[in-house]
Design a protein around this ligand. Sequence first.
Ligand SMILES: Cc1cc2nc3c(=O)[nH]c(=O)nc-3n(C[C@H](O)[C@H](O)[C@H](O)COP(=O)(O)OP(=O)(O)OC[C@H]3O[C@@H](n4cnc5c(N)ncnc54)[C@H](O)[C@@H]3O)c2cc1C
Length: 309
Amino acid sequence: MSVMRSLLLAASQNRWLRGRASHYKFVRRSVSRFMPGEEVEDAIGAAKILESKKIAGVFTRLGENIADVREAEEVTQHYVDVLRKIREAGLHTEISVKLTQLGLDQSTELCIANVKRIVEGENPDKTVWIDMEASNYVDATLDVYRKVLAQFPRTGVCLQAYLFRTKPDLEKLLALKPSVRLVKGAYKEPAEVAYPVKRDVDESYFSLGQEMLRAQRDGRMFRVAFGTHDTALIQRLADFTAKEAMPKNALEIQMLYGIQRAEQERLATAGYRSGVLVAYGSYWYPWFVRRLAERPANLWFMVKNLFAA
Ligand SMILES: Cc1cc2nc3c(=O)[nH]c(=O)nc-3n(C[C@H](O)[C@H](O)[C@H](O)COP(=O)(O)OP(=O)(O)OC[C@H]3O[C@@H](n4cnc5c(N)ncnc54)[C@H](O)[C@@H]3O)c2cc1C
């Protein structure tokens, strides 16, 4: 892992920096590249524009590790309300939730109940996605996922290609016909649990991706999505689908708002399924710093904003 990435991932967890960051205009200007605004209405506005380009939105409210069950209840109710607003706006947008915002640290049972309450409010043709957080949460997240999936067969979970355990995790999940969004992984993980070298993460991603696409074709997976901006990897996956004579819409790529916009549009126009995760909310600091860690060149973009009018 590069020194810069390590430093930024450590900074993403620093409370003092979090407290200071929102006071600086140049930081807020930089954040606005990656999210349309702090309110769900801002996300709805962005999703309307995306849909006009055949790009589906996926909403996520920023925040992690809430302090008590009251906060978990507030976040649950928030998502129930958001699903209603999405319906009223006539959008195809889905949502992606973090279990530590829904009470995972407080009680697994409570978390399962909260996720089920949210999924019940969703159109049964759509997927509610469950994010994957740091590696110490993987067991608990998959446990909640399996229990929700048993009742709501379209629910999806995120798996991280950087973890050694993901291959066996995927194989076990296949018995349940899951929906999976594959990502590389955004957290600072030790070399005992995750590939430290990027090339190995990329190969793990491609290998898992091929397995998922085959499983989807064979009816062993409900839905497969790839959360990545890596255009070389996307091309390898597209070539694989063509070689296996899969239709273009078997390949679904989801990206983050504001990143690789031209590629998002190119994929949608070419007949692939293209989606964009639109984040909103006031708790953006750790999320934003993880985006900087993914591409330290983004720091220059922030520095430029420091000198902008
Ligand atoms: C839809 C979606 C959902 C996600 N959900 C999760 C989750 O639940 N859990 C989790 O751990 N991680 C999640 N992630 C983050 C993911 O793990 C990676 O950290 C992130 O996607 C960067 O990896 P990459 O696949 O784009 O490849 P990389 O190799 O990191 O990047 C490939 C190229 O994409 C561009 N790029 C990548 N990131 C940025 C950026 N921040 N700014 C500008 N350009 C960039 C650069 O050109 C870079 O060269 C999600 C990502 C997406 C897109």
